[in-house]
Design a protein around this ligand. Structure first.
Ligand SMILES: C[S@@+](CC[C@H](N)C(=O)[O-])C[C@H]1O[C@@H](n2cnc3c(N)ncnc32)[C@H](O)[C@@H]1O
Length: 280
C-alpha cells in the first residue's frame, strides 16, 4: 500500500476483535484453503537459504498461525519434519493430511508445550504475526529455537490487479472493508515495517511477488476467506454482499474483457523478515 493508503487505513481501522476467534467458520476456512494465494517457492527457498547461513541442520520447521497450511507445506521438501500450529480448529481441519513429514496441531504461538526447548531450526509465521502477542511469541520462539536457528515472519500486501479498471473495483472494496479489519492488520499493510526481531543478525526481503490469474468465481472465493467479509455479513444479515461484489466485478470485467471472459491478472507483493538466533 502507498503511504497515503496506509494513513487512510490506520484512521479507519479501529475494530478490536478477539484475534483467536477470527477463523472459526468452516465455510471461511474452506474458502481460505482453496482460494488464498499460494506462496511461491522463491519465498520458501529465500528463508531456507537464510537458515543455512548459521545452521546446516534442516530437521524441524514450525509454522505458527499456519491456517490450513498454505504457508507450511512449501517447507516440506526442505526440512525433515514440518509442524503447523494454529489456534483455529476449522483452519487445522482444512489442512492437508497426506504429507508424511508434515503434522498439524491446534495451539497458540506463545504456548508450545509439545515442542522441546532448543530443537527447532526454523520458527516462522505467515500473514499472522500481527494477530499474535508479540513479546510472548518471541519468547516462545527463543525457547524452542536451537542456537543458530532462524525466526522468519512473512506475508503479503493487499492484492493489485494489472488492469486499472479492475484494480479500482478491488481497491474500493478494500476501502469499504477497512472498518472491519482489526487494527493490528495495519501492520500487514505496512509490511511489518515497525516490527523489530529479537535478534541483531537480521534481514528484510521485499523483492518477491505472487502472480496469479483469477476469474469471477475464484475472486468470490477469495473474498469469502477474508475476515472483513465474514464480519460485515454478520453485521448486515439482510445485505447480499457476495451478490453485490460479484455484480460490481462483472460490470468492470464487461468493460475490459471480451464477452464471456471473466479472467484477470493480479499480484501480491510479499515481504519477509528473518533473524538468526545467536549461535552461542
Ligand atoms: C491470516 S491467517 C494466516 C494463515 C497462513 N499462515 C497464511 O499465510 O495464509 C492467520 C492465522 O493465525 C491464526 N492465529 C491467530 N492468533 C493466533 C495465535 N495466537 N496462535 C496461533 N495461531 C493464531 C488464525 O487462527 C489464522 O488461521
Amino acid at each position: 500500500m502507498s503511504e497515503a493508503e496506509i494513513a487512510q487505513a490506520k484512521a479507519m481501522m479501529s475494530t478490536t476483535v478477539d484475534k483467536t476467534k477470527m477463523y472459526v467458520s468452516m465455510d471461511q476456512s474452506k474458502a481460505y484453503s482453496e482460494f488464498r494465494p499460494r506462496y511461491t517457492d522463491d519465498l520458501f527457498k529465500t528463508i531456507v537459504d537464510f537458515c543455512k547461513e548459521t545452521n546446516p541442520n534442516l530437521n524441524l520447521a514450525v509454522d505458527v498461525g499456519c491456517g490450513p497450511g498454505v504457508s507450511t507445506t512449501g517447507f516440506c521438501k526442505y526440512f525433515k519434519k514440518v509442524m503447523g500450529v494454529d489456534v483455529s480448529e476449522t483452519q487445522i481441519a482444512c489442512a492437508p493430511k497426506n504429507i508424511p513429514n508434515l503434522e498439524f496441531k491446534v495451539g497458540y504461538s506463545d504456548k508450545l508445550p509439545f515442542i522441546k526447548s532448543g530443537t527447532v531450526d526454523l520458527f516462522c509465521s505467515g500473514e499472522s504475526f500481527n494477530l499474535m502477542p508479540h513479546k510472548e511469541t518471541f519468547a516462545e520462539a527463543d525457547r524452542v529455537l536451537r542456537p543458530g536457528g532462524t525466526i522468519a515472519l512473512f506475508g503479503y500486501d493487499v492484492l493489485r490487479a494489472a488492469n486499472p479498471v479492475i484494480d479500482a473495483v478491488i481497491q474500493k472494496m478494500f476501502i469499504n472493508f477497512l472498518p472491519y479489519w482489526p487494527k493490528e492488520s495495519t501492520m500487514i499493510f505496512d509490511r511489518f515495517r515497525d516490527v523489530t526481531l529479537p535478534y541483531s543478525d537480521y534481514r528484510r526481503c521485499d523483492d518477491l511477488k505472487i502472480c496469479e490469474q483469477l476469474n469471477i468465481d475464484t475472486y468470490m472465493g477469495l473474498m469469502k476467506s477474508l475476515w472483513p467479509f465474514v464480519a460485515y455479513c454478520k453485521d448486515h444479515p439482510d445485505v447480499d454482499l457476495a451478490g453485490n461484489l460479484r455484480k460490481e466485478m462483472e460490470a468492470a470485467l464487461a468493460k475490459v474483457n471480451p464477452p464471456g471472459n471473466t479472467t484477470f491478472d493480479i499480484s501480491w507483493d510479499m515481504f519477509i523478515l528473518m533473524g538468526h538466533k545467536p549461535s552461542k
